[in-house]
Structures are given as C-alpha cells and as structure tokens.
Design a protein around this ligand. Structure first.
Ligand SMILES: Cc1cc2nc3c(=O)[nH]c(=O)nc-3n(C[C@H](O)[C@H](O)[C@H](O)COP(=O)(O)OP(=O)(O)OC[C@H]3O[C@@H](n4cnc5c(N)ncnc54)[C@H](O)[C@@H]3O)c2cc1C
Length: 413
C-alpha cells in the first residue's frame, strides 16, 4: 500500500479524475496548503479536439487562482451573444459581450471560448505535476473504519481520509455512493468540431457566440484561440431515440452529419461540411441525486450533475464545485469531514439541479418545430431577447463569496 506525503493531522485527500474539476480542485487546495493526490486513468492528459465556453462564474475563480493571464492568452472573448433563425439567418436577439466591455462590466470577469486542450494545459501547467498520478484507473473503493481504501487497475492500493469523485459522467465513485447507475441518454445527439475560420466565408459575426435555431435542431458556435483563428461548433439534433452504444460516440453514415439541417443557412452547412464527420456524440446526463456523499466519499462535477450543454455550464459549475470544496475544507471543514460534505451538498445541489432543469427547457426552446405556431415562436424569440435578465443569475454567481458566508455560519454554530 502506497502512502501520502502529508503534514501531520491534515486529511489525506484523494481526487479521482484529472479532468477540469480534478485539476481545479487540486490547485485550489494547494493554495490553502493542502497536499492532494489526483488519480487519473489516462496515461497522459490529452484532450480530444473540442472547446469549452467559460463564463464569469468560472473565470472569476480561475483568475483568483492566478491563472488569468495564461487563460487570456489562449482564449477569445465573443463580441456578442446572438440568436438566429437557422434557415434564414435572421437575427432573433443579440446581446453585447466583449462589445463595449458589457459582459465584464456586468459580471466582473470575462466570458471566454477556449480550446479544451489549452485549458487543460493552463491547469496542469500551474499544478506542475504535483500530486498527479497518471495511469491510475480506480477499480474499487470501500470504507475501512473512518478511511477509504482505493484500489487501482494497475495494482496500486491507497488509503485516504476523503475521496472526491471527479471521475466524470460514468463515475465509479458515484456508483459506490448511490449503489446504482444514474446516467441517462438525453435523446439528443451532436456532431462537433473545430474549424479554421478561413473555411467559413458565409459566417456573419464570426467572433460572436451564436445559436442557430430550427425545428428539432440547433447549432452553437464560438471562436477560440488567442487570435480567434478557429471556430468551435456543436450541432445538436433530436434523436436517435435510444443509444445502444456503450460509448459516447456512434458511427454515422456518409452524409449523416447533415441530417436535421437540410435547407439551413450556408454558414451552418459550411461548418458542418468543413471537416470529415464520421461520428455522432450521444448527450448523457446524470439523474438528480439525493445524496452526493457516502462514508468519506463525495462527488463533484459531471459525476454529480452532468447536464445538457445548452447553458454551457457543465465545466463552469464543475469549477464552482471545486472552489466550494476547497474553501469549505480550508474553513475548518478538514477537521469535520462529515459536516463539511453535508454543507457542500447543501450549497451545491439546488443550484446545479436548477441549471440542469433549465438546460432541458432550453433544449425545447432551441428546437421548437414550425408546427408549434407563430405565437409559440414569437414567445421563444421574446425569451431569447430577455436572456440576460432571465439567466444573468447563472453568470453572476460567486462561489467563493457563497462559501465565505457558509463558513462564517459554520464558525458561529
Ligand atoms: C459536447 C460537449 C460540449 C460541452 N461544452 C461545454 C461548455 O461550453 N461549457 C461548459 O461549461 N461545459 C461544457 N461541457 C461540459 C463539460 O465538458 C463537463 O461538464 C466537464 O468537463 C466536467 O468536468 P469533470 O472534471 O467533472 O469531468 P471530466 O472533465 O469528464 O473529467 C473526468 C476525468 O476522470 C477520469 N476518470 C474517469 N473514470 C476514472 C477512474 N475510474 N479512475 C481514474 N480516472 C477516471 C477521466 O479520464 C477524466 O479525465 C460540454 C460537454 C460536452 C459533452
């Protein structure tokens, strides 16, 4: 059995998964002087080609971790958030983001489009490999007295006082906590890609984040890279009704990537056609969990609340989780782990559940069929016009300030 290098009295903290959540948590804990072991199944941290949109609720935390300049160097701030009719291309609603400094002025932190590999490089670069154990796939966990026993597929065995499951939507830690499987196919699927800007001559407002909406489908894109030289897109359709593959990806027949987008604006079809597309992603979500912790194991990120990506909040809420856990542990939670985990669940469950639900509702709005009628379509357009008023609360959230209030209550109790 290997052991932790840990100062006397401090809990031995094991994070399962070196994804966006696990790496952010390790950095946030290190900032408070905790040493932590991160166990990642992959032999190297290599993200597949796709991007992520980071909103102020996450970027304010990454800036507080000292990552602001490194992140800015590899990110693009969208000019505007624009909703369009997918077929005519008509602007339905538009809200300034970078333009006039509107987003930063309102939320106090930037909105970024960033390549996932770049985000991972920024996070892992700051961690500099400290406590990161690659090639460690958790195979089993169990409680032994007050501690957790972890066994990895490579034969390594470890004991920890606290296990944090940042092991994604198919989490093993979650299966141990809930005793069952809680992941569900959403009935929607997507193709995605990163396209060089030069291949998109018909694209209006190329540096905006844009939703193109139509019956049973939508396409979202935003520019990424320090020079906004590429566009990340994500084209979602209803169906297939069931997902039989054990994997995220299923092969598509030649031309199948266009299914759902016949007759759409050339900006959309250029994006779909820019790269060879051979696979479709199933979109999976986590059912709302009653408990996020059991024994000395607790969940964070997709393992706890994987959501449809229509608010672009999976990674952002994962970063909020990481900050919440680190701040609670630093604020005395390390001395009373059971209370800390209960407090963490209380702080995180309602917010993430509300965003999960809202992402489902947004799916229906984005995919409204023509048959819904002119009144329903006008109501949709009005919702998109009110987006900043209706959904500003997602971006305005300040995880650290929220924990500070909870920590003050913890100290007073
Ligand atoms: C198509 C798509 C587009 C998205 N776009 C956005 C967006 O624009 N904005 C946004 O905020 N979110 C977005 N998301 C969601 C976002 O990617 C996730 O919510 C986020 O990555 C969750 O982070 P995580 O750390 O919980 O999990 P992951 O990033 O999935 O990391 C989990 C890690 O755990 C490791 N692991 C798994 N099992 C084990 C094991 N047994 N032992 C050891 N390691 C293990 C995995 O290898 C992985 O590295 C999108 C998601 C999808 C699918």
């Amino acid at each position: 059995m290997t052991s932790f290098h840990q100062s006397p009295g401090a809990p031995r903290i094991a994070v399962i998964g070196g994804g966006i959540g696990g790496l952010t948590l390790a950095l946030a804990l290190r900032r408070h002087g905790f040493s932590v072991a991160v166990y990642e199944q992959a032999a190297e941290l290599a993200e597949i080609g796709a991007a992520v949109a980071l909103s102020a609720n996450a970027t304010r935390e990454l800036e507080r971790l000292g990552l602001g300049p490194a992140l800015a160097a590899v990110s693009t701030e969208p000019t505007e958030l624009i909703y369009r009719d997918g077929r005519s291309g008509a602007r339905v609603a538009a809200h300034p983001v970078r333009t006039g400094g509107a987003y930063r002025a309102r939320f106090g932190a930037p909105y970024y489009g960033v390549h996932r590999a770049d985000l991972q490089t920024v996070l892992s670069g700051a961690l500099a490999g400290e406590g990161l154990h690659l090639g460690h796939r958790l195979a089993a966990l169990d409680q032994v007295g007050d501690a957790m026993a972890l066994t990895f597929a490579n034969g390594v065995a470890v004991e920890a006082d606290l296990v944090i499951g940042g092991d994604g939507v198919r989490s093993l830690v979650r299966r141990w906590i809930t005793g069952g499987e809680a992941v569900r196919y959403s009935g929607t699927s997507a193709i995605r890609g990163v396209v060089p800007m030069g291949l998109l001559p018909s694209l209006p407002d190329p540096e905006a984040i844009q939703f193109w909406m139509g019956p049973d489908a939508h396409l979202l894109h935003y520019a990424i890279g320090g020079e906004a030289d590429s566009v990340n897109f994500f084209a979602v359709v209803e169906g297939p009704q069931t997902w039989t593959s054990e994997r995220w990806l299923a092969p598509i027949a030649p031309g199948g990537h266009r299914a759902g987008f016949a007759g759409w604006h050339p900006a959309v079809t250029e994006m779909l056609d820019a790269l060879p597309q051979t696979q479709r992603w199933g979109l999976f979500v986590t059912d709302p969990l009653r408990r996020w912790h059991r024994g000395r194991a607790v969940l964070m990120g997709d393992s706890a609340h994987a959501m449809l990506p229509h608010h672009g909040q999976g990674a952002n809420t994962t970063i909020e989780d990481a900050i919440t856990l680190a701040e609670l542990l630093a604020a005395g939670g390390a001395r009373d782990l059971d209370r800390m985990m209960a407090r963490y669940q209380a702080l995180r469950q309602a917010r993430t559940r509300t965003i999960q639900r809202s992402a489902w509702a947004t799916n229906r709005l984005l995919h409204l069929p023509d048959a819904a009628g002119a009144t329903a379509l006008a109501r949709r357009d009005a919702r998109m016009t009110r987006f900043p008023e209706d959904f500003g609360w997602i971006h305005a959230f300040d995880a650290r300030a929220t924990v500070d209030r909870a920590a003050a209550e913890m100290r007073a109790a």
